[in-house]
Design a protein around this ligand. Structure first.
Ligand code: PBG
Length: 330
């Protein structure tokens, strides 16, 4: 301060819209978004998900319509999750290896309709296929077996790659799965299929509505704490990321999103690789609940939270608000 005047006024550049536009440090565009979609059996079927208001499961034909909508909105990538019919779920989740399972049919239909206009990212884990809702094979005591599960995940990845998946996204948190999947993709003629590793995935309370959407909530006994990370840990997340990169991951994901922005920033600073965040189902539901309660305005809440991921260092965000946000940004 000189006399009564501050020489430096940070408010000066904020005083008009043109200046705020000029000084903005972070940009958010539809190209930053990955749209998660739930697939279900049938034709012409839309099933709204009660715990995710505004989100539905779509049959394969309507998933193709969503894919075309995404292309028109400038969204570069979809993330697919199947709601497997109950009679196709089993103790060993072997439906994951069926070349005609719901996931593979959806991948083929989207690729046939949209080609390279959109990327298809596919979830690798067994929970949509197991009768117990765990992401892997369980022993008699209910413990999720690591190496036996990895073998199945490799088969599941090759099955999805053969159907046309562009990005394999293992969300299971087994040790060693990235190198096993990478080697299998290389030796099976899929050198350009990417791996986006769910590297730092936490045992979170924010996944409830997703488990409704894929039909595993009622089946799951217990929790996933023997493989998903403890929310108290950050250094361990860096070790997970380091390992997955060494094993051949092209990009890494932090999940959930907003409660773990510190992890996003630390990963970005430490490794300078493409980092993605998953704004998960419970986060989406919280925003919708806030809107329904009159506690905030949807468009502003959506754009502010998505911008925060970019500011924290993300290359992109998986969000159920993707189509809505792309419309606002387009
Ligand atoms: C399971 C998987 C989960 C999500 C994505 N893949 C749930 C879980 O680990 O139980 C959660 C996504 C969301 O909540 O939106 N492999």
């Amino acid at each position: 301060m000189t006399g009564i005047y501050p020489l430096t006024r940070l408010r000066r550049t904020r005083a008009s819209a043109w200046s705020r536009n000029l000084h903005r440090e972070t940009v958010l565009t539809p190209a930053d978004l990955i749209w998660p979609l739930f697939v279900t059996e049938g034709t012409g079927v839309e099933e709204p998900i009660a715990s995710l208001p505004g989100v539905s499961r779509w049959s394969v034909d309507l998933i193709v319509a969503r894919a075309k909508e995404a292309v028109a909105l400038g969204i570069p990538c979809l993330a697919l999750f199947p709601n497997t019919q109950p009679d196709r779920r089993s103790e060993d989740g072997k439906e994951a290896l069926n070349p005609d399972n719901l996931m593979c049919r959806a991948i083929r239909a989207i690729k046939q309709a949209c080609g390279d206009d959109i990327g298809v990212l596919t979830d690798v884990a067994l929970d949509p296929y197991t009768s117990h809702g765990q992401d892997g094979l369980v022993d008699a005591a209910g413990y999720v077996l690591n190496d036996a599960t990895v073998e199945v995940l490799v088969g599941q990845s090759l099955n999805q790659a053969a159907a046309g998946a562009d990005v394999i996204a293992p969300s299971d948190m087994m040790d060693g799965r990235i190198s096993a999947i990478r080697e299998a993709l290389e030796s099976s003629g899929h050198p350009n299929v990417q791996i986006m590793s769910y590297a730092a995935k936490y045992a979170s309370a924010f996944y409830g509505p997703f488990r409704d959407a894929v039909g595993s909530r009622g089946l799951l006994k217990g929790d996933k704490k023997t493989y998903q990370m403890d929310p108290a840990n950050a250094e361990e997340a860096l070790r997970e990321v380091e390992l997955d990169l060494a094993e051949g991951a092209d990009s890494v994901m932090v999940k959930p999103g907003l409660p773990y922005l510190d992890i996003v920033r630390r990963v970005k600073d430490a490794f300078e690789v493409p980092v993605f965040a998953y704004q998960v189902s419970g986060e989406y539901a919280m925003i919708e609940a806030a809107v329904a309660a009159g506690a905030g305005e949807r468009d502003a809440l959506v754009l502010e939270t998505l911008m925060s991921f970019k500011r924290a260092g993300c290359s992109g965000v998986l969000t159920y608000h993707a189509a809505h946000a792309a419309k606002l940004l387009g």
